[in-house]
Design a protein around this ligand. Structure first.
Ligand SMILES: Nc1ncnc2c1ncn2[C@@H]1O[C@H](COP(=O)(O)OP(=O)(O)OP(=O)(O)O)[C@@H](O)[C@H]1O
Ligand SMILES: [Mg+2]
Length: 462
């Protein structure tokens, strides 16, 4: 209920005269009242409307008012109930208050009594709503604070410096959509945050929505918000991320997994910057920037008709690709030093050195989990390491060494490795378009797919 909306009251009393009279009393006020004279009538009205306040006579013929009270408090936890009791029936009043009734009135009562009771209830309802909104806002603020802490971009390779430059360009165009691609753990979310916090949207929210995490209905309500009662579980009005991120940045993680049906709605919202909450008709203007990320083969999803090309075009006005860590080995050393320093501080350990052989071993490692994997290695080494120097045994690199890795310094390389590297490179250079990659290699697309299957090349792992 918004402040300017009417308070909705349901009256249930077996005396028709009484319900009519009470309803008449509310007629010119800011109250919309519904009357019912039997329990089943009352249930139907409750089922079809969102009632804020229920005025219930507990002495109904053939029904236990207390049982009804229990039932409705259970089913509609946010609805308040005022009971009407007989003079002298203090026992029922006490039981009703224990079951969650907000107030009681004794018959016969003056209308001024009911007016006061309703005003009190109304204030309480509004306070409760404010409290819930504040709690929602607070949890968003603390989430944003947390996010600000992990926001460094470490690296010295030309590739990462180029990524940083592209991120700064993106920050200077705060309305342009940005698509970030890269394998898992390469730092896509990190870059998205850096763009947000370097742009003129930094004072406002950065929200993350992961498209693969929840069902389509819930995801739609996450994006657009909903009106109370629009589906089971929608117990009150809720803002969606499009609204929460007004003047801020909305980060769409794992964009390739976005349910197809939702894609058209998202596209419209991005194009028009106007949304409506689920179950509502009111138009709401909102100004957000979209940064999306994917480690999936998004072009393949487009080819398979699982992702709309028009949406992809909307999302990738600017495109930033973060190369995997194995293609920029010079970043390993500064990253490892950075993470290790952080973890020694966090775990209250004295400063630790890292032996040279660790760096040279890590440079030969394939890092399928990219920077996240390196970070986890560092955390483990700091936790378990003994002494002042972390050595090769603290990193378990030998046992992790990837089969497919080629070291440029090695003299002997086999044909399989050459093919794998060529396929990966052509995919990367063609923006992960299989047809274009096949053309680069001078083979057919089907031949490329057969080779990829043979070597277990997953397209998102460049
Ligand atoms: N260049 C970097 N400098 C410092 N920290 C980094 C860098 N790149 C990644 N990280 C850190 O590595 C971890 C993984 O990064 P992030 O979560 O951004 O990856 P991601 O690409 O979103 O992964 P996923 O696809 O699995 O969601 C984070 O803790 C992040 O802070
Ligand atoms: Mg991520």
């Amino acid at each position: 209920m918004e402040d300017n909306e009417k308070l909705k009251i349901l009256i249930l009393d077996d005396e028709k005269e009484f319900t009519e009279e009470l309803s008449g009393f509310f007629k010119d006020s800011n109250i919309l009242s519904y009357e019912s004279n039997t329990v089943s009538e009352g249930r139907i009205i409750l089922g079809n409307n969102i009632i804020d306040l229920f005025i219930l006579d507990v002495r109904l013929p053939g029904a236990s008012g207390l049982d009804i009270l229990k039932e409705v408090k259970n089913k509609y936890p946010l609805m308040e109930v005022i009971i009407i009791s007989a003079h002298g029936d203090m026992d029922t009043v006490i039981k009703a208050m224990r079951l969650g009734a907000f107030d009681y009135l004794r018959k016969p009562f003056r209308f001024i009594d009911i007016q006061i009771a309703i005003e009190r209830t109304q204030k309480y309802i509004q306070l409760q709503r404010k409290l819930r909104q504040m709690e929602e806002k607070n949890s968003l603020i603390s989430k944003n604070l947390e996010e600000k802490i992990d926001r460094h971009l470490i690296g010295v390779s030309p590739q990462i410096l180029e990524v940083l430059e592209q991120a700064m360009t993106a920050a200077s165009y705060p309305d342009a959509s940005v698509l970030i691609t890269g394998e898992s753990g390469t730092g896509k979310e990190n870059i998205a945050r850096i763009i947000h916090h370097s742009s003129n949207r930094m004072e406002n929210h950065f929200c993350t929505v992961n498209s693969s995490a929840i069902t389509e209905t819930l995801l739609e309500s996450e994006f657009f918000g909903h009106k109370r009662g629009s589906f089971t579980g929608a117990i009150e009005d809720k803002m969606g991320f499009f609204e929460v991120c007004n003047k801020g940045t909305l980060f769409l993680d794992e964009i390739a997994d976005m349910p197809f049906n939702l894609q058209a709605k998202i596209l419209r919202a991005i194009e028009e910057k106007v949304i409506t909450r689920v179950g509502d008709t009111k138009l709401i203007k909102t100004d957000f920037r979209i940064i999306s990320a994917t480690n999936h083969e998004i072009y393949e999803r487009v080819e398979n008709k699982k992702f709309r090309l028009d949406l992809l075009h909307r999302l990738n006005t600017l495109h930033i690709h973060i190369p995997p860590l194995r293609e920029r080995p010079e970043d390993i050393e500064p990253l490892l030093i950075h993470f290790t320093d952080n973890f020694t501080t966090k775990f209250n350990k004295p400063p630790l050195e890292i032996s040279k052989e660790v760096f040279s071993a890590l440079r030969k490692y394939d890092f399928p989990g990219n920077v996240r994997e390196l970070r986890n290695m560092s955390e483990r080494a700091v936790m378990l390491g003994k002494g002042k120097v972390l050595g090769i045994n603290d990193f378990m690199v030998k046992s992790l060494k990837h089969d497919l890795h080629v070291n440029e310094n090695e003299d002997v390389i086999d044909l399989k490795t050459v093919e794998i590297n060529a396929i990966r490179k052509s995919l990367r250079n063609s923006g992960y378009n299989q047809k274009a990659a096949a053309d680069l290699l001078g083979i057919t697309r089907n031949a490329l797919i057969r080779k990829m299957q043979k070597y277990g090349i997953i397209v998102n792992k460049s």
